[in-house]
Ligand binder design. Structure first.
Ligand code: F6R
Length: 600
């Protein structure tokens, strides 16, 4: 979701900014733009659509050693060249890019700029116009920016250029992520370190309600009250090969294939020398001393949370509730006396989760973030963090981050059980090792999943996924994967629930993908398959070795019964991938979606 880059250095900023924006493409966007500063002034180029379209409108003869760039994911006003950033103020003195949502922009407009007609439909424009207005009324630039930022309600990450002082970029942040990169002869600005690894791997975090003044050779961080803050940069532990596709046609396929490695990496990171699970003592204490766990997550991470609940409850007997982040505060349950909140988030930036975390902190409860990005907002703001070590996930559709989340939740459950003196009848790390091997076997059989996708999904307009017990949770994830990248209307159902209404949608040939990996519900899910087949559905059964029947479309090698979701999701990810591919969809960048959902 929206990305910002900025550069102030010795080189021509144009290519650095465009390459940086390309690295942010994975976040999802529908228009893009850059502003370049040189002796002749500020030159703005913007276009609806992809960065490739922006490249076509950028005048190659214009260069400048200072610039800002933006990918926009429309919230206020449709995707268009007009609404794309950068936006310029009435006098064209100030140029700005912004991520986030300004909730009080209409009120600010009425209060301060009633005499002005906004040029765009965006909430963003108010920021740049207010700065210009305050400067026109006599304020110094820094004071005008600080005043403007203090008036904003909502979320923002913003970079501002003043035409009259082209050697400075002003940066502000509240709730939306933004980093400053500190280079040799250049300093940079980026929503994500990946975008500016081309310049530096040294980054400075910016906290909420700080103003940063960036020049070629200096970075000054101040609070909005003017207090100067000293902060050391950290090294971004990213390898640029992690963010390249290599020989793969799509990041999604690469990331699906990386899952066995990710699981082995997690085992290694969380293993003691004696082969037992190693978690930090303070995390163990937080979990064992809580009387109920509340998992808060969204989308795919919510699906991982559903599986995590089963694992934690079965292994530790501690009750767990799983809640959709965007609903939690509106449908808040009665909380237990000593709850622990676990936030599961690949990006660590999801605004819906952050809203809950802020409330949880106000109430004084402990919080743990399970994330793939340890320096992220949710990680910084929670009491504890568990890293999922999946490596950067670029494809919008989450795959390896999901299985990594389930693996880490397994280890959390195992460690808690041990701390509570509960004996387990299996070796969890060995069983996860078997999962990694099975994942490899599944990834080696791509042709079969491509065939299944062709047979069942090349023409259809909808598709159902059914499963019982934990298989149901994997069906929710399988259907989300399919719908988000192939645009087939796909829904996951508990096998027994379909007949309570939704079975009315089954027509001749409607694909129904059924998971049968759970011994105790094998007969009942097969009964549900018969019910839909009798009404014309085309069933595709994916079962587990030991439970298979002759007509099953695919049989997954056996893994431990508590860990089946880590294996059974792989066929569903690959089927979704090939369905999208065959239907000509943009697999890595599906329409309307953003990787990092930083607005509520
Ligand atoms: C789907 C997907 C999304 C995310 C959701 C939460 O493939 O990726 O459903 O899972 O937006 O994002 P995170 O995990 O970053 O909080």
């Amino acid at each position: 979701m929206c990305g910002i880059v900025g550069y102030i250095g010795a080189e021509d900023a144009k290519e650095v900014l465009l390459r940086g924006l390309e690295k942010l493409e994975y976040r999802g966007y529908d228009s893009a733009g850059i502003a370049l500063v040189n002796n002749e002034g500020v030159h703005v180029f913007k276009e609806k659509g992809r960065i490739a379209a922006l490249r076509d409108v950028v005048d190659s003869s214009v260069s400048g050693t200072v610039g800002i760039g933006h990918t926009r994911w429309a919230t206020h006003g449709p995707p268009s060249r007009l609404n794309a950033h950068p936006h310029q103020s009435e006098t064209a003195r100030f140029t700005l890019v912004h991520n986030g949502v300004i909730e009080n922009y209409e009120q600010l407009n009425r209060e301060y700029l009633a005499d002005m007609t906004m040029k765009s439909d965006t909430d963003t424009e108010i920021i740049v116009q207010l700065i210009d207005r305050f400067v026109s009324e006599g304020s110094e630039v820094e004071a005008a920016i600080t005043k403007t930022l203090s008036l904003l309600k909502g979320s923002y990450a913003t970079a501002i250029i003043d035409k009259q002082d082209p050697d400075t970029v002003y940066v502000g942040k509240n709730k939306s992520p933004l980093l400053i990169g500190v280079g040799e002869e250049a300093n940079v600005i980026a929503s994500d370190a990946m975008a500016m690894l081309q310049v530096t791997n040294q980054f400075l975090e910016i906290m909420d309600e700080e103003l940063v003044i960036v020049t070629r050779d200096n970075v000054t961080i101040k609070t909005l009250e003017g207090k100067v803050i000293s902060r050391k940069p950290y090294t971004a532990e990213l390898d640029s090969s992690d963010i390249e596709k290599g020989t793969y046609p799509h990041f999604m396929l690469k990331e699906i294939d990386e899952q066995p490695f990710v699981i082995r990496n997690i085992i290694q990171k969380y293993q003691n020398e004696d082969g037992s699970v190693r978690l930090e003592d303070n995390i163990r204490t937080a979990v064992t001393s809580s009387d109920r766990i509340y998992i808060i997550a969204a989308g795919t991470s919510y699906h991982a949370g559903l599986v995590g609940k089963q694992l934690i409850e079965r292994l530790t007997k501690c009750p767990v509730e799983v809640h959709i982040a965007s609903e939690f505060l509106y449908n808040m349950p009665v909380l237990s006396e000593n709850p622990l909140f676990i936030f599961i988030s690949q990006s660590g930036e999801t605004a819906d989760l952050r809203g809950v975390l802020v409330e949880v902190k106000k109430l004084g409860y402990q919080s743990l973030t399970v994330t793939n990005v340890p320096g992220s907002t949710l990680s910084r703001e929670a009491d504890f963090t568990l890293h999922t070590y999946a490596g950067p996930e670029i494809a919008v559709a989450s795959t390896k981050a999901y299985t990594a989340q389930m693996a880490v939740l397994t280890l959390l459950a195992v460690d808690t059980a041990k701390a509570k003196g509960i004996e387990l009848d299996f070796d969890p790390l060995q069983e996860l090792g078997i999962v990694a091997t099975v994942m490899e076997t599944l990834c080696d059989q791509k042709e079969r999943f491509e065939q299944i996708a062709s047979e069942f999904l090349s023409e259809t307009r909808n598709c159902f996924f059914i499963g019982r017990a934990t298989d149901y949770f994997v069906c929710l994830e399988g259907s989300l994967k399919l719908k988000e990248i192939s645009y087939i209307q796909a829904e996951g159902f508990a096998g027994g629930e379909l007949k309570h209404g939704t079975i009315a949608l089954i027509e001749e040939g409607t694909p129904v993908i059924a998971l049968a990996t759970q011994e105790h519900v094998n007969l009942s899910i097969r009964g549900n398959v018969k019910e839909v087949a009798a009404r014309g559905a085309a069933p595709c059964i994916i079962s587990m070795k030991g439970m298979e029947e002759d007509d099953d479309s695919f049989v997954i090698p056996t893994v431990h019964k508590l860990l089946t979701p880590l294996a059974s999701v792989i066929p569903l990810q690959l089927i979704a991938y090939y369905a999208a591919l065959h239907r000509g969809c943009d697999v890595d960048k599906p329409r309307n979606l953003a990787k990092s959902v930083t607005v509520e």
